[in-house]
Write a protein that binds this ligand. Structure first.
Ligand code: SF4
Length: 692
C-alpha cells in the first residue's frame, strides 16, 4: 500500500474493476492520489471494498502508460509517436480508403466494458453513423451475451432482476457457475452475511469454490456437475418441481405464458434426475433435495456467473434458470430473482448502450422501423435494418478477406478471446487495426495506430453495475494523454465527414436519455442529487427500479421456453482425456493488464493449473512442476498445483498472465444463440515437462 500522507481533498467515484460497482472516495494530496477509501453511503457497497478496488489503482500512473498517439505502416515497422490531429486524420483517411476499395461493410468497431456508458455510446454511434454499418460489438460478446439473449426471451429485458440489497431477504440462495468470493467479493460479503443468519445455500459448480465450506457457512448441497451439463441439471430440477406438485400455480396462471407445453416437455422421463445422473455425474437424490429446497424453502434467489454463460448452451441455461424461477414463483419481490453477477465494471452498461450489432440502445432491434426512426431523426443519418458482424464473425471475415479495418476500444482481444491463433491470424490479415488503450497490450502488437486511452481516474461519466445501478465516475486527474476518450471517437467521426460534437459527457447522457426509454429520467444532475439510480428510470419510476418484473414482466407475461439439453461437441478423447475449465482469482482482474501493474501481482505472480491428485499421480505430476497443457488448437506451459477442488478428470486455470495464455488452448466452440465462446469446456491433455 502506498500511503503518501494526509489527503487535502477527495473525489467521489466508482471502482473500475468488477460489476459490483463500489463507490470510493479518491483522496488526494495536491495532485497525488493518496488512497482509495470505500464510501459508506455507496449504494452497491455500503462502505465495503476488496483488494482490487482499494489497492490496485497504481496502474493508472504506471510508467508503462503510452501517453502519445503512435502510427506505423506495417506491424513489422517501429512505432512513430505523433500528435492527436495527425493520428485522427490518419485513422479517418485509412478507414475511408478501405471503404472506397472494399465497401461500407469492410470496417467495424469493438466497444469496451471497461469504459463509461458515454464512451461506449459514442463509439457505437461512430460505427453506425460515420462508418455507416452495424458492425459494432462489445466485449460482453465473450462473457454475458447469453444473459442478454436468455433474459430478454423469457422476461423481456436483458438484465438481472434484483438489487444487491435483496439478498438479505433470501431464504435459499442458489449459486450457479460463479465464484463470488473471488469474482465479486463485496457482494459475496452480503451473501455470506445472509447465509450466516441461516439462509440455505445450494452451489452448482464443477469446482469446490470457497463458498461451499467457509467459516460458519456450509452449503446444504454442492451439486458438483461435469462441465457442460448445466442444462441437464436445471431441467432435472424443474422436472422435480413439476412432477412433485411444487409449482406455484397461481403465479404461473396469472403472470406467465407457455406453461402447458413447457410442463409437458419438462415432465418427460428423459429430464428426470435419475435419467441425467450419468450426464451430470450428480446423484439423483441430491438433485431432488436441492430442487425441493429451492421450491419450498421460502424466497429462492439464483445468482450466476460465467460458468453459466460461457458454454455452447449458455443462452439455453439462462432460459432454463428463468423457467425454474417462474415455475416456483421466485420473481418480482425481495429475496428472489435471477441475477447475473456481471464480470467487468460496465458490462451491463456497454450492453445497454447499443453496442451489439443487432440492437440499438435499450435492447431494441435494428430491424424495428419505429426505433430506427428515433435515432435517424436525431443522428440525421440512415441506420441499416440488418444486424452487423459479431466479434467472431469479424475475425472469420478478416481471415476470409471480406473485412479489413477494426477500431478496438480498451479490449485486449489477442489475449482475452478464445483460440488465440485464430484471433492473431485475423488481426494480421487486417489492413488497419486501431487500438485505444492504456498500454501496448497483446492486441497492439497487431495494430497500425495506437491511441492513448484514459484510466478510470481520468474519466468523467457513468458506469452501470450488475444490479442496473448507474454510478457516477468523476475525474480525479486530467487525462494524461491530453484528450478525453469520448472525444476521440467524436473526432474520428468528424474527420470521416459525420458531424459529432459534445462539450461535456453530460450532453452524451442527455442524448442517451432522449433515445432510450429505460434511461429517460437519467441525467448527471439526478445522479449527483441521488447518488445513483437503477434503470428503468423514467416517468413511471423517476427514482429508478430496484426490483424488476414486480407486477408484470417487461414483456407482459413471463415466457416459458423449451430448453432441451444438447451435449457440447467438445468431447474428451484418448488424446485429450481431461476437461479444462477457466476462472479468476481475487487479487487479479481478467487479462491482468491493470492488476499486474500493481502490488497485487505479488499475490498471484503466475497462472497455475489445478489438477486432481489422481490425475496428477497418473502423470507423475507434483505441485510446482512445469506441465504442458495441450488441446486440439494449441499448447502452453504452466506450473501445476495438485488440488482436490476439481473432480477427477477436470483441470482448472486462470488467464491473468499473457505468458501462460490459457486461451491458446480454448476452442472456437460457442453458444448457439450468441457466439459467446465455450471457455468452460476444452478437451485437453496434461504432461509433465520439468520438475521445479
Ligand atoms: Fe471494485 Fe468489485 Fe472489489 Fe468492489 S468488489 S472494490 S467493484 S473489484
Amino acid at each position: 500500500v502506498v500511503d503518501l500522507g494526509m489527503p487535502t481533498r477527495s473525489v467521489l467515484t466508482t471502482c473500475a474493476y468488477c460489476g459490483v460497482g463500489c463507490s470510493f472516495k479518491a483522496e488526494l494530496r495536491g495532485d497525488e492520489l493518496v488512497r482509495m477509501v470505500p464510501y459508506k453511503d455507496g449504494g452497491a457497497n455500503e462502505g465495503h471494498s476488496c483488494v482490487k478496488g482499494r489497492f490496485a489503482f497504481g496502474y493508472a500512473t504506471h510508467p508503462d502508460r503510452q501517453l502519445n498517439p503512435m502510427i506505423r505502416e506495417s506491424i513489422t515497422d517501429e512505432w512513430r509517436e505523433t500528435d492527436w490531429d495527425t493520428a485522427i486524420s490518419y485513422v479517418a483517411e485509412k478507414f475511408r480508403a478501405i471503404q472506397a476499395r472494399h465497401g461500407t461493410d469492410a470496417i467495424g468497431g469493438i466497444t469496451s466494458s471497461r469504459c463509461t456508458n458515454e464512451e461506449v455510446y459514442v463509439v457505437q454511434k461512430m460505427v453506425r453513423a460515420a462508418f455507416g454499418n452495424n458492425n459494432v460489438d462489445t466485449c460482453a460478446r465473450v462473457c454475458h451475451s447469453p444473459t442478454g439473449y436468455g433474459l430478454k426471451q423469457t422476461f423481456g429485458t436483458s438484465a438481472g432482476t434484483q438489487d444487491f440489497r435483496s439478498v438479505a431477504s433470501s431464504d435459499v440462495i442458489v449459486v450457479i457457475g460463479a465464484n463470488p468470493t473471488d469474482g465479486h467479493p463485496v457482494f459475496a460479503s452480503r451473501m455470506k452475511r445472509r447465509l450466516r443468519e441461516g439462509a440455505k445455500l445450494v452451489v452448482i459448480d464443477p469446482r469446490r469454490i470457497d463458498l461451499v465450506r467457509s467459516p460458519h457457512i456450509e452449503a446444504s448441497h454442492h451439486l458438483q456437475l461435469s462441465p457442460g451439463t448445466n442444462v441437464a441439471m436445471v431441467n432435472a430440477m424443474a422436472h422435480v418441481v413439476v412432477t412433485e406438485g411444487l409449482t406455484d400455480s397461481s403465479f404461473v396462471a396469472s403472470r406467465c405464458e407457455g406453461f402447458d407445453e413447457w410442463a409437458e416437455f419438462i415432465a418427460r422421463p428423459e429430464n428426470s434426475p435419475e435419467s441425467v445422473e450419468s450426464i451430470t455425474g450428480v446423484p439423483a437424490e441430491q438433485v431432488r433435495e436441492a430442487a425441493r429446497l429451492y421450491a419450498t424453502g421460502g424466497n429462492g434467489a439464483i445468482y450466476y456467473g460465467l460458468g453459466v454463460t460461457e458454454h455452447s448452451q449458455g443462452s439455453t441455461m439462462v432460459m432454463g434458470m428463468a423457467n425454474l424461477a417462474m415455475v416456483t414463483g421466485n420473481i418480482g419481490r425481495d429475496g428472489v430473482g435471477v441475477n447475473p453477477l456481471r464480470g467487468q465494471n460496465n458490462v451491463q452498461g456497454s450492453c445497454d448502450m447499443g453496442s451489439f450489432p443487432h440492437e440499438l440502445a435499450g435492447y431494441r432491434h435494428v430491424a424495428d422501423d419505429a426505433v430506427r426512426e428515433v435515432f435517424e431523426k436525431l443522428w440525421e443519418r440512415p441506420i441499416l435494418a440488418e444486424p452487423g458482424l459479431r466479434i467472431p464473425n469479424m475475425f472469420d471475415a478478416a481471415v476470409d478477406g471480406s473485412f479489413h479495418g477494426l477500431f478496438v476500444q480498451g479490449e485486449d482481444i489477442a489475449q482475452s478471446d478464445p483460440n488465440t491463433q485464430h484471433v492473431q491470424a485475423a488481426l494480421s490479415a487486417l489492413e488497419l487495426v486501431v487500438v485505444q488503450d492504456l498500454f501496448l497490450n497483446e492486441t497492439a502488437k497487431f495494430a497500425h495506430v495506437f491511441l492513448p486511452g484514459t484510466s478510470f481516474l481520468e474519466k468523467d461519466g457513468t458506469f452501470t453495475n450488475a444490479e442496473r445501478r448507474i454510478n457516477r465516475v468523476r475525474p480525479v486527474m486530467v487525462p494524461k494523454s491530453g484528450k478525453d476518450e469520448w472525444q476521440v471517437a467524436c473526432e474520428i467521426a468528424q474527420a470521416m465527414g459525420y458531424p459529432m460534437h459534445y462539450d461535456h459527457p453530460r450532453e452524451i447522457m442527455d442524448e442517451i436519455a432522449a433515445v432510450t426509454p429505460t434511461f429517460a429520467g437519467v441525467s448527471f444532475g439526478k445522479l449527483d442529487e441521488l447518488g445513483s439510480v437503477q434503470w428503468p428510470c423514467n416517468d413511471k419510476a423517476p427514482e429508478g427500479t430496484p426490483i424488476m418484473h414486480a407486477d408484470e414482466f417487461v414483456r407482459g407475461k413471463g415466457k416459458f421456453v423449451l430448453t432441451p439439453f444438447v451435449a457440447t461437441r467438445e468431447r474428451s478423447t484418448r488424446r485429450y482425456p481431461l476437461v479444462l475449465t477457466t476462472g479468476r482469482i481475487l487479487s487479479q482482474y481478467n487479462v491482468g493488464a491493470q492488476t499486474r501493474r500493481t502490488a497485487n501481482v505479488a499475490w498471484h505472480p503466475e497462472d497455475v493449473l489445478e489438477i486432481h491428485p489422481h490425475d496428477a499421480e497418473d502423470r507423475g505430476i507434483s505441485t510446482g512442476d512445469v506441465v504442458n497443457l495441450s488441446s486440439r488448437v494449441g499448447t502452453t506451459s504452466l506450473r501445476a498445483k495438485v488440488s482436490d477442488r476439481m473432480p477427477v478428470g477436470v483441470v482448472y486455470t486462470t488467464f491473468h498472465h499473457p505468458v501462460t495464455g490459457a486461451n491458446v488452448v480454448t476452442t472456437e466452440n460457442s453458444d448457439w444463440a450468441t457466439n459467446c465462446p465455450e471457455y468452460k469446456v476444452t478437451a485437453v491433455q496434461v504432461a509433465r515437462e520439468a520438475s521445479r
